[in-house]
Design a binder for this molecule. Structure first.
Ligand SMILES: O=C(O)CCC(=O)C(=O)O
Ligand SMILES: [Fe+2]
Length: 277
């Protein structure tokens, strides 16, 4: 489907043409953040641990505090030492006041992607990095809306509704069709509001502010991409997602996007449970 939106205006840093900023939304892309030698070493290290390349699924490796797929936060205890191919570039990160300590290295075989999501607000500090290597891929952004808020609430809501399930009528074929039509309409609406930026190999993306808290990001699972007006087959791509884990009293969030903020949703759920709403 054609994308109907151009990305918001970007500016190139006057003192360093490698740095491009979408200032309004707190997004920065740094080209050539790592060298070709560093990139080759990272690819080699990845496949020394996970030899397969031909699969149909994304492969992840975790360093530092492991990402926890049940809480979408980080494990408190599960820690793998961070390899030197990562620690070497940490002093080059644009924010030095706090550094990431949770690293997810991923390999995306051609055709695979990652669904639209907002990374957990409360469990990680603001700066969210993605280092790309291997090949270029477009990343899709979209200002979050009510549907995202609903999706984020869905698992908890479905738990809440469990006790009602037996009293609800089974869904009729008409309802299923309607649901599918609604889902398609929603998908079309969401697609029309998206824009993409190309993440070239060896580039570092930094999300802060609105792009971190209020926008979903995704990589569509496509076999080809349109790059500079040309359709090109997608190649295998690697990335390192880097986050800084919040602990204890630091856990929480006060962002301007309560609809997609896990901290606010949790508060709201608790208030509902206590009968305050
Ligand atoms: O592969 C990427 O660049 C991004 C991955 C991502 O969004 C995530 O791990 O949360
Ligand atoms: Fe993400």
């Amino acid at each position: 489907m054609a994308l109907t939106r151009e990305p918001p205006a970007a500016t190139v840093d006057p003192s360093n043409p490698n740095i491009v900023r979408w200032e309004d939304i707190g997004l920065t892309l740094i080209h050539n953040f790592i060298t070709e030698e560093e990139e080759a070493a990272m690819i080699e290290a990845f496949h020394a641990q996970d030899p397969q390349k031909e699969g149909k699924r994304r492969i992840s490796q975790h360093f530092g505090y492991h990402f926890d797929y049940t809480t979408f936060g980080a494990s408190e205890t599960h820690l793998t030492p961070v390899p030197s191919y990562i620690t070497n570039f940490l002093p080059r990160l644009p924010i030095q006041t706090y550094l990431p300590d949770q690293f997810t290295v991923q390999y995306y075989p051609p055709g695979t992607g990652i669904p639209p999501h907002v990374d957990t607000h409360s469990m990680f500090d603001e700066a969210l990095y993605s280092l790309s290597f291997g090949s270029a891929v477009p990343m899709q952004f979209r200002m979050s809306g009510p549907n995202d808020a609903r999706k984020m609430r869905l698992p908890k809501r479905s738990v809440q509704r469990k006790s009602d399930e037996n009293t609800e009528p089974a869904s009729s074929p008409a309802t299923a069709e309607q649901t599918q039509a609604n889902a398609q309409a929603q998908d079309a609406e969401e697609q029309s509001a998206c824009w993409e930026i190309l993440l070239p190999p060896r580039s570092l993306l930094l999300m802060t502010g609105p792009s971190r808290y209020g926008y979903t990001h995704a990589i569509r699972p496509r076999k080809t991409d349109v790059i500079d007006g040309k359709t090109v087959p997608r190649q295998g791509r690697y990335s390192i997602t880097m986050r800084t884990v919040r602990r204890g009293d630091e856990i929480g969030c006060n962002c301007a996007y309560p609809g997609v903020c896990d901290a606010r949703i949790r508060e709201e759920m608790a208030a509902r449970r206590d009968g305050a709403i």
